[in-house]
Design a protein around this ligand. Structure first.
Ligand SMILES: NC(=O)c1ccc[n+]([C@@H]2O[C@H](COP(=O)([O-])OP(=O)(O)OC[C@H]3O[C@@H](n4cnc5c(N)ncnc54)[C@H](O)[C@@H]3O)[C@@H](O)[C@H]2O)c1
Length: 250
């Protein structure tokens, strides 16, 4: 059976853990060759090993996606290895310090914006140019429910994720005519080390805010990302898809 991304070349940032790893594994399961762009070498290597163990093709590229120059290096490496780029997912992100805006320091603001917004812009810019060389492609940016709603103590994160949604819409308008689709996905609180680090009572309060009364699963986010990256979503661009157990319906 052929997958929905059979023989495509895909790139996932921050694919050494959590949601990014699940996306990389799902892309590989769908038949894509997957470049794992990761700042943490051992974590990235573990993802590639999982892809290969399942019979797929993976490539680790150690990179810090906060830096503009790293993105040209990433694309060059992918093109040298596989000759094209069809699919990219800008996933790497951090939660940052949770403090009220009035006491958020310049550094706390900047470190979140640098990775969660500027890093995504650098990624999209490089990826669009690579995709134009082979007639188009699909980009999925990982935003958050906080790309559509506010949440106390997360000013930088929420601003960055709203920014990612706006960036997604604009790039979709610019490059749709040339065959590049760009969409954003907005997960709610999803089972990763972020959630595990929260105290049990805080987890309970958060779960209660979701009509489906549980956190999301990384595989569920990966399934949506795989769909949006595939030709099944050929007529979808510039869209923001929450995957949130009903959180934003309230
Ligand atoms: N987990 C959640 O509840 C949740 C909810 C909504 C949105 N998100 C978003 O999903 C994305 C992934 O989150 P996660 O929970 O899977 O995170 P995670 O911490 O589990 O994994 C993030 C990965 O990114 C890598 N990374 C960090 N900085 C990097 C950099 N500068 N360059 C390259 N790689 C880097 C890390 O080493 C790690 O492997 C983020 O954009 C996050 O904002 C997560």
């Amino acid at each position: 059976m052929t997958g929905r991304l059979q023989d495509d070349v895909a790139l996932v940032t921050g694919a050494g853990d959590g949601i990014g790893r699940a996306i990389a594994l799902r892309y590989a399961e769908e038949g894509a060759r997957v470049a794992v762009a990761e700042i943490n070498g051992p974590k990235g290597r573990a993802t590639v090993e999982q892809i290969v163990a399942a019979g797929g093709k993976g490539l680790l590229i150690e990179a810090d996606v906060r830096r503009s120059s790293e993105h040209s290096r990433l694309i060059d490496r992918v093109l040298t290895q596989w000759g094209r780029l069809d699919v990219a997912c800008n996933n790497a992100g951090i939660s940052g310090a949770m403090v009220p805006s009035g006491v958020m320091t310049d550094t706390q603001w900047q470190e979140v914006i640098d990775l969660n917004l500027t890093g995504v812009f650098y990624g999209v810019r490089a990826q669009v140019n690579a995709m134009l060389q082979s007639g188009g492609g699909a980009i999925v940016n990982i935003a958050s429910i906080l790309g559509a709603a506010g949440f106390e103590t997360t000013a930088a994160y929420t601003a960055a994720k709203h920014g990612v949604v706006g960036l997604t819409k604009t790039v979709a308008l610019e490059y749709g005519p040339q065959g590049v689709r760009v969409n954003a996905v907005g997960p709610t609180f999803t089972h990763t080390s972020w959630i595990d680090a929260l105290p049990a009572d805080a987890q309970k309060v958060l779960v209660a805010r979701h009509p489906l009364r549980r956190f999301g699963k990384v595989e569920e986010v990966a399934a949506l990302v795989a769909f949006l990256s595939s030709t099944e979503a050929a007529y979808i661009t510039g869209a923001y898809y929450p995957i949130d157990g009903g959180y934003l319906a309230q």
